[in-house]
Design a protein around this ligand. Structure first.
Ligand code: ADP
Length: 368
């Protein structure tokens, strides 16, 4: 039977597997570096060059010449020592790498002992896998900070509510003076309302961050909306002896946007204006622009310093100004406002003079 000759240069099954493995390791986005028992580099893949930020690695060079991680406290890690001591696979999420431009990345590092060549006596070594986890780390840190701030913010109103209800219970037994009981219940009620507001802000925030907020465009009668808001906030302004002015452009037409979000944004501006103003007035105005409406909420309040103006839209930011701290707040209102603003393609600007007042302006375009 005739046999087909096998060309001499056809790779064997083993060689094919070897090539495939090499291609695979080279396509990985994680850096793979193997070292011998003297912790000198034997092989590495393409991603190792990226992560270590070098153009080439000399085979045979010591690992600590190219890989110089620092630990969570920014102390240099003796990587040669760490690798030499590995008996079973280990991993760390605490190592960081500092680049020449001073930027840092967080690394997932796994180190495992290997036998580099079958049957070759003493050909032992280690395999290192490095992954850039900077983004995950910063999300983890943000989440931890978020939990710590939220639990702190929740604890105070809950403690005050608990104290006042406890006090009211005590007073019911001990006194016939209803006014003290009323006062305690009033304070407890106001704290519960604050908690409800905060939970609303948190739930909007979480939906905005998960990207599950949808925009439902509808025609908004701007005149009706502004008048409705003014009516809702009039009692609060009266209670603080503030004048509430409305300035409406007679040419205002219907605005096509999300009524829910436009209302929430304006409410945030107005509640802040009332909160941070002790005397004078609040003015809400709406003017017609080309296929958009320009809303402004101005106050004659405490104002915002130049430094703080850059941060008022940050998550949990509240000014250190003692007058800010006299009223309750979570520092989430303007952050949520900014998220909603982006969703409806609007634009916010802020003008403020410390001790004189602030003006928040938002230009909301017609959508669709
Ligand atoms: P808060 O719940 O603290 O009011 P916001 O996110 O609504 O949170 O506002 C963030 C911070 O911006 C406030 O704590 C305050 O320092 C400042 N701020 C916002 N609006 C005003 C305003 N109209 N006048 C003065 N300061 C303001």
């Amino acid at each position: 039977m005739p046999t087909t000759p096998v060309p001499l240069n056809t790779p064997s099954a083993e060689e094919k597997l070897d090539q495939r493995l090499k291609a695979l390791i080279n396509s990985m986005s994680d850096a793979v570096i193997t070292v011998d028992d003297k912790i000198k580099i034997v092989t590495y893949n393409a991603a190792a060059l990226n992560i270590l930020d070098v153009n080439t690695i000399k085979v045979g060079s010591r690992l600590d010449k190219v890989f110089k991680p620092v630990d969570a406290n920014n102390k240099p890690v003796d990587i040669t020592q760490v690798v030499s001591n590995v008996k079973l696979p280990i991993y760390s999420r605490d190592y960081k790498l500092r680049y020449a431009d001073d930027s840092m990345i967080n690394l997932y590092t796994s180190i495992a002992p290997v036998r580099l060549g079958y049957g070759q006596e003493g050909a032992k070594g280690f395999v290192l896998l490095l992954r850039d986890i900077t983004r995950e780390k910063s999300l983890e840190e943000e989440r931890d900070e978020f939990i710590s701030v939220v639990s702190h913010e929740l604890r105070t109103p809950i403690a005050i509510t608990e104290g006042n209800i406890g006090n009211a219970e005590f007073l019911v037994e001990k006194t016939s003076d209803l006014s003290q009981i009323k006062q305690a219940l009033k304070e407890a009620h106001s704290q519960v309302l604050f908690l409800a507001d905060m939970i609303n802000d948190l739930s909007t925030l979480s939906r905005a961050e998960r990207g599950t907020l949808t925009v439902e465009v509808e025609p908004i009668n701007v005149v009706d909306l502004v008048n409705e808001l003014a009516n809702n906030y009039l009692p609060e302004c009266k209670a603080k002896k503030l004048q509430l002015k409305v300035d409406l452009d007679p040419h205002l037409e219907v605005l096509k946007s999300s009524k829910l979000y436009v209302k929430e944004i304006l409410q945030n501006f107005i509640t802040n204006a009332i909160k941070y103003t002790t005397e004078g007035s609040i003015t809400v105005s709406a003017k017609s622009e080309d296929k958009a409406v320009r809303f402004t909420v101005s106050d004659t309040g405490i104002g915002i310093s130049k430094g703080d103006q850059e941060r008022v839209f940050d998550k949990f930011f509240r000014s250190e100004d003692y007058r800010t701290r006299q009223s309750k707040g979570t520092g989430l209102g303007l952050y949520v406002t900014m998220k909603l603003t982006k969703l409806i393609h609007a634009n916010i600007s802020l003008k403020s003079d410390l001790n004189k007042g602030s003006t928040f302006t938002i230009i909301i375009p017609d959508l669709k």
